[in-house]
Design a protein around this ligand. Structure first.
Ligand code: KG4
Ligand code: ZN
Length: 340
């Protein structure tokens, strides 16, 4: 079966075709970074308009790469939430109308389900059950994943998401959008240990997170008398280390608490090299395994949505009759049930 995947929840337009027998046949992503850079963040209306412009072109290009015709598509999966309402509507509108024209069924997919299943697309996929550390621009969550649609929330951020903290701190340090990767690059040039930043909720005894205080600590540091901009790399290194300390500690605690030995890291912050190095090191010491998506599938893409749709079909879901454009801009992952 060939499942088309469409992702348009934020500032990346992604399309992909996943074949349940042959794997990923093609995928294309267009990033809107250049479009939003001048504003220092995502402008929702511009995002929606760009998705409208890009989707038909990307779809045509992707199908050409995949060597497939439109009428070979068996089902259309698309991100129905969470995300920006206007941006989601574009993907949902294209998916539902295309599926209607083709006479195939649709699968509305949860964006984070796409992220957390994406490591299963790699050469050495993890087996269920596993703990997933979801670290994106909008979410920081630890989930126990028993199978497709079996998601138990173990802990989450009470305020800013890890990616959001990276982005906001990058802004404080005068870096451009998107801040996360730029801050990480600056941190790699710095030396951690000078600025004693807090490790929020490190010893809270639960699996929740909080990152907004860390961002405030950075703000207080750069506003204090005697602050020198040439110290920005060292401060960035300290910030990154503080975030990584908390993420690693809580992820290990989640594994210990659930008795599981496999950790899946997904979402944009999962691309952070320092986070990966520390998790790998800590897991190796305990004989546990850490799994990541392929680097190009760490940030938003259509492949993870096509794959999640295919997994749901394989698990017995039938999809819905095309034509009903429904989105869920706010949608807790734990509410996603088993395929019915
Ligand atoms: O999963 P994603 O592409 O989009 C969302 O669903 O949010 O994640 C984007 C987030 C942004 O906050 C971005 O700054 C962050 O991931 N990010 C990083 C790195 N690469 C992306 N944060 C830290 N280090 C990185 N290397
Ligand atoms: Zn995402």
């Amino acid at each position: 079966m060939k499942v088309l995947g469409i992702e348009s929840s934020c500032d990346e337009t992604g399309v992909a075709l996943y074949d349940t027998e042959r794997g990923l046949l093609g995928h294309r992503v267009h990033s809107q970074i250049d479009l939003h850079a001048a504003y220092g963040g995502v402008v929702p209306e511009l995002a929606s308009r760009d998705h409208i412009r890009r989707l038909p072109l990307l779809l045509r290009e992707m199908l050409a790469v995949a060597g497939c015709r439109l009428d070979e598509i068996d089902a259309v999966a698309y991100t129905a939430g969470p995300g920006l309402a206007g941006a989601l509507l574009v993907g949902a509108g294209v998916a539902e109308s295309l599926a209607m024209a083709l006479g195939v069924r649709t699968l509305p997919v949860h964006h984070l389900e796409g992220h957390l299943l994406s490591p299963l697309l790699s050469a050495q996929p993890p087996a269920f059950p596993f703990v997933a550390l979801l670290v994106s621009g909008g979410h920081t969550q630890l989930m126990r994943v028993g199978g497709v649609g079996e998601y138990e929330l173990l802990g989450e951020s009470l305020d800013d998401a890890a990616g959001e903290a990276f982005d906001k701190t990058a802004k404080l340090l005068g870096l451009g959008y998107p801040g996360g990767p730029q801050l990480a690059r600056l941190a790699d040039r710095g030396r951690a240990g000078r600025f004693r930043l807090p490790r929020p909720m490190l010893n809270s005894g639960d699996l929740d997170f909080s990152f907004s205080g860390l961002k405030t600590a950075v703000l207080n540091t750069v506003c204090a008398p005697g602050w020198r901009t040439e110290d920005a790399a060292d401060l960035a290194a300290d910030f990154q280390q503080a975030v990584v300390d908390v993420l690693v500690e809580k992820a290990l605690a989640a594994l210990a608490r659930t008795g599981l030995t496999r950790l899946v890291v997904a979402g944009g912050v999962g691309a952070n090299r320092s986070l990966r190095a520390r998790l790998d090191q800590a897991a190796k010491r305990r004989g546990w395994q850490v799994y990541y998506p392929e680097p190009e599938l760490c940030t938003d893409n259509g492949a993870m949505i096509a794959f999640a749709g295919a997994m749901r079909l394989a698990a017995g879901e039938h999809g819905q009759t095309a034509g009903r454009i429904g989105i869920c801009p706010r949608w807790p992952l734990a509410e996603v049930g088993k395929p019915a």
